[in-house]
Design a protein around this ligand. Sequence first.
Ligand code: HEC
Ligand code: HEC
Ligand code: HEC
Length: 458
Amino acid sequence: MRPSINKRLAYSLVIVILASVATLLSITVLKGSPSPQDSPTANSDLGKSLYQTRCAPCHGAEGKGDGFAASDLNPKPRDFTSGKYKFRSTKSGSIPTDDNLAQVINNGLHGTSMPAWKEFISGDSLQAIVTYIKSLSPRFQSELPAPVTVSNPIPISEKSIAAGKEAYKNLQCGKCHGDDGSGMSTVATDLKDDLGKPITPANLTEPWTFRSGASSADIYLRMKTGIDGSPMPAYEGMASEQDLWNVANYVTSIARKPVWQMNPTELQQYYASLDNSNKANPVLRGKYLATILACDQCHSPADDGRKMIEQYRMAGGQKWTIGHYGDFVTINLTSDKETGLGNWTDDQLKNALTKGIRKDGSRSLPFPMPWTAMASLSNDDLNALVAYLRTIPPVYNKIPEPKRPNFFSYMWGKFKMLILKEDFPLQMYPGNAGETKSTSSMESAHPSIASTTIRKEK
Ligand code: HEC
Ligand code: HEC
Ligand code: HEC
C-alpha cells in the first residue's frame, strides 16, 4: 500500500511542479512579447524623450516653437501645435505626410538652424519622433494629408528651359524673386511670414541655399504646394502641369557656380556683376547691409522674453545703461518727420553712422552704437544704407535724450572701474522707452519695468 501512496504523491508533485513551470513560462512569454496596447506608449515614450533632448531647445518643451534658443533665430523654429508645415507633397493648407516630416528631420533645412538628424535618429526612433510631433497638433487627429498628384516630369532640354523662362515671366515669379531669379529688381521687398517676421525670397541662382532640395522635382513640388506660412503661393490650378515642369527646369538652368568652385577670372567677373547690380539697386543693398549690421536688434524695443516688438521695428526705444556714462535709448530710424530720421539730412545721417557725431553735434560713445565698425563702409555702401533707411515707413516714437550722470557720480564710476577694478556694467532693458501716440509714455512712466535687468554683461 505504502509504495502506491508514495507513487501517487510523487505524480501529483510532478504535476504541480509542471503546472507552476508552465504558468511561470507563460507569464514570462506574455511579458516578453508586447501586447498591441503596449507598443504605442513605449513608442511615444521614446518619441517624447528624444524630442525633449534633441528638439525642445529650439522647438520648445510643448512644441510651440519657443525653446530657449529660439529667440535669436531667424527663421523661427516651427510651432508644432499649429500643424502648419512648409515643405510638403500635400495641397496648400493640408497637413504633411509622415514621409514629408521624416525627410525634413533626416536632411535638415539648409540655410536655417534646423539641423540634419540622419546620423543620430533613424529607424524606430525616427518613426517615434514623427508620431510624437504629430501628437502635438490636434489637426493630425481630425484630418488626413491630401497629397497632390504629381504628373510625369518633362525632361530637361533647351526647349523646356526656354518655355520655362516664358512661364516664369507669365506667372510673375520675378515680383518676389527678381527678373533674373537673383532677387535683384524685385517689386515686393517688404514680405513678411505668418509670424509677422520679415522674410526674403530664395535667391533662385543659388540652389545650395534652398531649404528643401534643388532638383526639378523638388522645385516642382515647392511651386505646386506653395510654402505654407510664407508668402510663396501655391500654383496648383493656377498654372498648367507643363508650365510647372518647364519653370522647374528653367530654375535649375539659372544656377550660378558657387564662388568656391570659380577660377580667378570667373571670380572677378562675378564680383564685377555683383557691384553693378548693387549700384543698380541701392535700396536692396542697403537693406542687406542693415540686416547683417543688425540695426533692428538694437533699434527696436524688445519684450521681457527678448522678443522684438514688431510694431516698433526700427522705431528705436531700446534702453541701455552703459556703466557710469549714463542711460541711452536707441533712436527712431523710421522716416517719421517728427520723431524719426524724416528731418535728418543725408550728411547728418552719414556723420552719425561713420563718425559718431550726433545730430546736435555732440559726440556719441564708441559703444554700443557700433559706428566705429561702420566707419570703414565704402561710399557706395554708405549711400545704399542711407537710401534704404529713407524707405522705412514712418512710425511715431519719441525718444528721450540720453541721461548723463553728474560729474561726481561719473568720477566715482570711473574710480570704481579703473582703481577698484570693478566690473563695467552694461544693461539692456525690456519695453519701449519711447513715447508713442497711444500711450503718452510707456516705459519711462513706469521705472519699475525699466529697472528689470534682462541681460547683464561684463
Ligand atoms: C537649432 C535649432 C533647431 C533644433 C535643435 C531643431 N530644429 Fe527643427 N526647425 C528649426 C527651424 C529654425 C525650423 C524652421 C525653418 C524654416 O522655417 O524654414 C525648423 C523646422 C522644423 C520642421 C518643419 C518643417 C516644415 O516643413 O515646415 C520640423 C518637422 C522640424 N523642425 C523637426 C525637428 C525635430 C524632430 C528636431 C529634433 C530631432 C528638431 N527639429 C530640432 C530649428 C531647429
Ligand atoms: C509673393 C512672393 C513670391 C512669389 C510670387 C514666388 N515666390 Fe518663391 N519664395 C518666396 C519666399 C518668401 C520664399 C522663401 C520661403 C522660406 O524661406 O520659407 C520662396 C522660396 C522659393 C524657393 C525655394 C524653396 C526651398 O526649398 O527653399 C523656390 C525654388 C521658389 N520660391 C520658386 C518660385 C517660383 C518658380 C515662383 C513662380 C512660379 C515663385 N517662387 C513665386 C516668395 C515668392
Ligand atoms: C549694439 C546696438 C546697436 C546697433 C547694432 C546699432 N545701433 Fe545705432 N545706436 C545704438 C544706441 C545705443 C544709440 C544711441 C547712442 C547715443 O545716444 O549716443 C544709437 C544711435 C544711432 C544713431 C544716432 C547717432 C548717435 O550716435 O546717437 C543712428 C543714426 C544710428 N544709431 C543708426 C544705426 C544704424 C543705421 C545701424 C545699423 C547699420 C545701427 N544704428 C546699429 C545702438 C545700436
